[in-house]
Design a protein around this ligand. Structure first.
Ligand SMILES: *Cc1c(COP(=O)(O)O)cnc(C)c1O
Length: 326
């Protein structure tokens, strides 16, 4: 097993340049005043397919050989990785099969089908998507591109934090949403090279704190599929690669409640006119937990994506307050 390094992030960045959007860095004076800190949001909700996952998917698909491209790719995903693989495959004329949960958000299923991918559904509470994926890959010769535990995927995801550091300079702290750890491990590699003093925090939904348990216990902890509105972080465990990078390069893993996520979503919409999905609020909610320690500091927060069904969004926001209410 060869653990990815920052050089792989650099290679990925060259390879996917021109295909991925350089996403904007966004700030709020209100937030900076209230936190007495300088906060920089990296807006991956403005990435193609609406989430950072296009970076890793594009890097992985562009590295395939001609022979592999002919056979096609397969991926399992609750949503954004599915869309990312479907679009990356389409851009290279590669056939794509995507395994999605029956209860995946309708918008994400429709978008994936819209990119021309073949969709296979499974029950996320009773069936094992990794097993289904491996079986189909073996049967048809597809290349399986996992959503996080793959060196090319990790390297691609790291290009978002790389852009952030290049644009705003070194940071005191970086807060990153955590599911299976592709985004966090790539971001940590970028931080270690571009801003060595930066503390890197992964933030999980409290219902699914397997990453925190793994980080503390020193081995990968598996949990049942957690119940949380953060559908992009309903992962059951970190990966071998992501855990190896996280263990060495991340400072701590925090957890937040679904309510805190919605309050952040509310603030981002009301004050910054940003539509982000619940999972994308993990980093922001984690930063608010640490607000006392962030006074006077320069802070980066990755907003990982913006794919949320508008009816669900409205329902979630209804009756909540924004996260700066006090
Ligand atoms: C996939 C995803 C995450 C979690 O990323 P990992 O690499 O699995 O940790 C966070 N936010 C959004 C929007 C996602 O799609």
């Amino acid at each position: 097993m060869i653990i990815p390094t920052y050089d792989d992030v650099l290679d990925a960045s060259e390879r996917i340049k021109g295909h991925v959007n350089k996403t904007p860095v966004l700030t709020s004076r209100t937030l900076n005043d209230r936190l007495e800190a300088e906060v920089y949001f990296k807006g991956e909700n403005y990435q193609r397919v609406g989430a950072f996952k296009f970076r890793g998917a594009m890097n992985a698909v562009s590295k395939l050989s001609d022979k592999e491209r002919k056979k096609g790719v397969i991926a399992f995903s609750s949503g954004n990785h599915a869309q990312a693989i479907a679009l990356s495959a389409k851009l290279f004329n590669v056939p794509a099969t995507i395994i999605m949960p029956e209860d995946a958000p309708a918008l994400k299923v429709a978008a994936t089908a819209g990119y021309g991918a073949h969709i296979i559904k499974y029950n996320r509470y009773t069936e094992d998507r990794e097993h289904i994926g491996r079986q189909l890959a073996a049967k048809h010769g597809y290349v399986l591109i996992p959503p996080y535990d793959h060196p090319d995927v990790i390297a691609g995801q790291g290009t978002s934090a790389k852009e952030l550091f290049e644009e705003v300079g070194e940071l005191d702290a970086l807060f990153v949403p955590l599911g299976g750890g592709g985004l966090l491990s790539g971001s940590a590699l970028a931080a270690r090279s571009l801003s060595p003093g930066c503390k890197v925090f992964g933030v999980e939904p409290e219902a699914g704190n397997d990453g925190q348990q793994s980080f503390k216990s020193g081995s990968i902890v598996h949990i049942d599929t957690p119940s949380t509105i953060a559908d992009g972080a309903q992962t059951q465990h970190l990966g071998e690669y992501t855990y190896a990078v996280i263990r060495e390069n991340v400072d701590d893993i925090l957890t937040v409640s679904d309510e805190e996520l919605v309050e952040c979503m509310h603030f981002l919409a009301e004050r910054m006119k940003l539509v982000v999905e619940p999972t994308a609020c993990l980093g922001f909610a984690g930063a608010l937990l640490k607000k006392r320690e962030l006074v006077g500091k320069k802070v980066g927060i990755i907003l990982s994506g913006g794919n949320v069904d508008m009816k669900r969004y409205a329902t979630l926001i209804l009756g909540t307050e924004n996260c700066l209410k006090n």
